[in-house]
Write a protein that binds this ligand. Structure first.
Ligand code: VG1
Ligand code: CO
Length: 543
């Protein structure tokens, strides 16, 4: 085995987005492309001797190839130990769990999350720090800066490591330990939730369907829900991770998980439905003929948190991303705890959780989690719901309706305009920014604008500032219109339009969501000209 220094030259565009570097697989296959980015990570880490790092991915196409390259590069940089998930698999929350539980210095997650996989799909890579969470912006920006300065990368010519068998091997002087990707995580879940009560629920005949979408969460859900909690075989479907996710889009929303939604609306619907995404950090919660919005899910978990043993003492605070509905804010107020509004992306929650300021965090994009790790966590959210259902004996629709009766309903929807011309998308945003100072005080279609700004966030812990995190137009009645550009796409630009309207009156809690939000959508178009400028008649995806 020899360590080689290979000459290279920088690639442009290796800037990590909302959650790491995501590109087409074909781009990652360009000779040196992956190596350069990994070299930039190691350069940013500096002296790697003595470091222990976790490594795993969602199993998509190119996962195995990338794992071998990263191992050989880690060995060349003097990393002491790598903890690799068997078959190269580890869900994003499981990587976070392993880093924390085993006291690793960080980890590398290979995933493009909810983006499609396969040879013509997407791939992604992200660095997580010692607390188990995504690297904060100062680190991702340093990695990006290093991608520009590279002239070479270092790699061992060691033969491929067997990553399919649990055990230890070596590359150069680095130890490679292949670990069971599920064990640590399953143990953590058992410590947080009332497994006895959930087991009893299933024993009483409660039925459930969990759609693993042929992605990373399948093995976790199967081991925990069917294995430890005794749900009948077949409760977890599409549990085997596939390199192309079976050709599906591993994004758990009503559009991509249409089959589950149809099942839950049919005559033979089980009591509870759930799905997770490519890397297992997202979740969708469905009742009989009833889809729970992620924003409501966060609020409902917060309001019922103490039923779960891990949260019996109560929660310290809630954090939500800015576009996420304000349903959780009302719960925080009722509980007398703080509520934080952060930019989009889980990396902004890390400091709040480390400082003990927030226990529960959530995003409108089907992401919910807590301070048990530092990533959002799909299976965790599903188990939390199971625990609440078991403890209350209520159905999903009943729980949600009662929540609305108590706190009011936040009608909420996100309209995505995908793969639009990047110049047109930039134009929409630039023009809106320009208009912002003139908007407050104006009335559109009966809505008076109370505040219009370009969201900026100062981290309360380290005082770091994130600017330009989305345009926020807030009405005097609390209704909101938010526009921002996606930072995870790999084709053109994606404009996200988020709409929210609060309704206290129980008699008006059964409106169709899109109808309830149509007046706000019209105002958004009037102010932004989004459809006109992008040449789209309607959104590509509505969730
Ligand atoms: C999207 C979501 C965001 C989420 C991010 C990563 O980002 O909107 O809430 O944190 O994906 O999730 P963007 O920039 O495209 O809006 V995951 O499950 O892809 O790691
Ligand atoms: Co994900």
């Amino acid at each position: 085995m020899t360590i080689h220094t290979v000459a290279t030259s920088p690639f442009s565009g290796q800037r990590p987005g909302t959650s790491g570097l995501r590109k087409k697989v074909t781009e990652f296959q360009t000779p040196g492309y992956l190596e350069n980015f990994v070299e930039a990570i190691f350069t940013t880490l500096g002296d790697c001797s003595g470091l222990t790092l976790a490594l795993g991915g969602d199993g998509r196409y190119f996962n195995r190839t990338a794992i071998q390259v990263i191992l050989r590069m880690a060995a060349a940089h003097g990393v002491a130990r790598m903890l690799v998930g068997r078959r190269g698999l580890m869900s994003t929350p499981a990587v976070s769990c392993v880093i924390r539980k085993r006291g690793a210095n960080g980890g590398i997650v290979l995933s493009a999350s909810h983006n499609p996989g396969g040879p013509h799909g997407d791939f992604g890579i992200k660095y997580n720090i010692e607390n188990g969470g995504p690297a904060p912006e100062k680190i991702t920006e340093a990695i990006f800066a290093n991608t520009h300065a590279l002239t070479s990368y270092r790699i061992s010519d060691a033969p491929p490591v067997d990553i399919d068998t649990i055990g230890k091997t070596r590359i150069e002087s680095m130890e490679v330990e292949v670990i069971d990707p599920v064990a640590d995580y399953a143990g953590l879940m058992e410590s947080l939730f009332d497994f006895g009560a959930i087991r009893a629920l299933f024993a009483r005949g409660f039925t459930m369907r969990f759609d693993g979408m042929h992605a990373a969460s399948g093995p976790y859900a199967k081991a925990i829900i069917e294995g430890m909690l005794g749900a009948p075989a077949g409760t977890v479907i599409n549990a085997e991770p596939l390199e192309d996710f079976g050709g599906h889009h591993p994004d758990p929303n009503p559009v991509n998980a249409a089959e589950l939604i149809a099942l839950m609306a049919g005559a033979s619907a089980p009591d509870f439905g759930a799905a997770s995404d490519g890397d297992g950090d997202r979740n969708m919660i469905v009742g009989r003929n009833f889809v729970v919005t992620p924003s409501d899910s966060l609020a409902i978990i917060a309001a019922n948190a103490t039923v779960a043993p891990g949260y019996r003492e109560g929660i310290r605070g809630i954090a939500r991303s800015m576009p996420t509905s304000t349903a959780a804010d009302r719960v925080a107020e009722a509980l007398g705890v703080s509520c934080f509004e952060t930019p989009t992306g889980w990396k902004y929650f890390g400091n709040l959780m480390d400082a003990g300021l927030a226990t529960l965090c959530g995003e409108e994009s089907y992401g919910t989690g807590s301070s048990h790790i530092r990533e959002k966590d799909g299976v965790w959210a599903v188990l939390f719901w199971l625990n609440i259902l078991a403890a209350t004996g209520k159905s999903v629709p009943q729980l949600v309706r009662e929540h609305w009766q108590r706190f009011g309903r936040n009608y909420y929807s996100r309209h995505d305009y995908e793969a639009v011309d990047p110049a047109a998308a930039e134009d929409v945003m630039a023009d809106l920014r320009h208009k912002l100072p003139l908007l407050a005080g104006h009335t559109y279609g009966g809505h008076r604008i109370a505040l219009a700004d370009d969201f900026a966030y100062t981290d309360p812990v380290d005082k770091s500032v994130a600017m330009h995190q989305g345009i926020r137009i807030v009405m005097t009645d609390g209704s909101r219109i938010v526009l921002r550009l996606s930072g995870t796409g790999t084709e053109g630009a994606t404009v996200r339009l988020y709409l929210e309207r609060y309704e206290a009156d129980t008699a008006r809690h059964d409106l169709d969501t899109q109808e309830a939000l149509a007046p706000l959508a019209a105002i958004a178009e009037q102010i932004s000209g989004l459809r006109k400028r992008t040449g789209r008649e309607r959104p590509s995806v509505i969730t």
